[in-house]
Write a protein that binds this ligand. Structure first.
Ligand code: CP
Length: 362
């Protein structure tokens, strides 16, 4: 039923455009692969501090005061853009929201000239979403500022994977009554995760597989043959399946992917109705899940397609918790990338965020 695949993941075309000084240097976040298990664990640990900040009456700290962050989204977004902008503002950074539709990109200015122009105004970080795989890595070659990949084509969406891992760890910690901050990544060892749906066109799946596998989870990808990548060689997955009903009772996490009609997914399927019949998490299928198994989705959800309306709203669905945690996780990413110069050792400085509401500057 499932076929083991164990070698490391690579994405065609993406590796050639990696900058010589990779995000492993702590300056950029372009791929989950650049973090490794230790880097992911550090982000989760620092996120704990920012979840605590979010519970304060004034959920704001001065950690990045004087820093300037630009969000440059050349593709639609609700969650990621607002989440990053909220995160940066809660860290007291100045946020410039680049509106592609009203920019000189529309007059034919190149992406390179655009980012170099904006960078010349004094920018500490670019947060980039782009339809082309590798675009954030290209920008990282052109500017001194940190670059964060907020989703590039079919390549990666690293902060989505980080917030998903944070949410899983939080749920597992709460289940055994342990404080999240006292819970390490050992909870991922042997955790069974199904990533279901349009794997072929999904940057969320690529980053998710890398992050979960790095932490020790066993990931099975589930999709119709036409929505599987042509080759899964190099994906660090435990298995491949085309039979969702058989996989569901075996997993701790059922992670649904969006059917990406804007990327032409529809042409890979006989019909959306057939997709739902075979791979949608209907109420009948959700009942096959083990007690305690959770349902995740990166959003935006196609209710009635990959997830039934009533399943999306079940207590076992943690979709809105993923969104809430996204702000804290992105605060952690910004803090780790930009907080070093302002505050010395970033991880060490997290303790200083515990000053309570008085630590906020507005
Ligand atoms: N999950 C996600 O990337 O959502 P948005 O496209 O709304 O940012």
């Amino acid at each position: 039923m499932t076929t083991p695949v164990t070698t490391p993941l690579t994405v065609a075309g993406a590796d050639e455009v990696k900058p010589p000084a990779g995000p492993g240097d702590g300056h950029h976040l372009l791929s989950i692969a650049d973090l490794g298990a230790e880097g992911i664990e550090e982000v989760l640990r620092v996120s704990d501090a920012f979840v605590e900040v979010a519970r304060r009456p004034i959920p704001k700290v001065p950690a990045l005061r004087g820093r300037t962050v630009v969000t440059l989204f050349a593709e639609e977004s609700t969650r990621t853009r607002f989440s990053f902008e909220t995160a940066a503002k809660r860290l007291s950074a100045d946020v410039l929201s680049f509106a592609v539709a009203s920019s000189s990109l529309k007059k034919g200015e190149s992406l390179r000239d655009t980012v170099e122009t904006v960078a010349a105004m004094g920018v500490d970080a670019f947060i980039i979403r782009h339809p082309s795989a590798g675009a954030p890595a290209q920008v990282a070659r052109w500017v001194e500022a940190s670059v964060i990949n907020a989703g590039d084509g079919w390549h990666e969406h690293p902060t989505q994977a980080l917030l998903d891992c944070y949410t899983i760890r939080q749920v597992l910690a709460e289940r055994v009554g342990r404080p999240v901050a006292e819970t390490g990544v050992e909870v991922f060892a042997g955790l069974k995760v199904a990533i279901v749906g349009d794997v072929a066109h999904s940057r969320v799946a690529r980053s998710g597989v890398l992050a979960l596998a790095a932490l020790g989870a066993e990931v099975t990808v589930v999709a119709p043959g036409s929505l599987m990548p042509p080759s899964l060689e190099g994906w660090p997955i435990a298995g491949v399946s085309h039979d969702l009903d058989a996989v569901l009772p075996t997993v701790d996490v059922c992670y649904l992917l969006r059917l990406q009609t804007e990327r032409g997914t529809g042409s890979f399927l006989p019909s959306v109705r057939e997709y739902t019949a075979g791979f949608g998490l209907t109420a009948r299928r959700a009942a096959l899940l083990a007690e305690g198994a959770i349902v995740m989705h990166p959003g935006p959800m196609n209710r009635g397609v990959e997830i039934a309306d009533e399943v999306a709203d079940l207590p076992r669905s943690v979709v809105l918790r993923q969104v809430a945690n996204g702000v804290a996780v992105r605060m952690a990413v910004l803090f780790l990338l930009l907080g070093q110069v302002a505050g010395g050792d970033a991880a060490g400085s997290v303790a200083g965020l515990g000053a309570g509401p008085g630590g906020a500057d507005g």
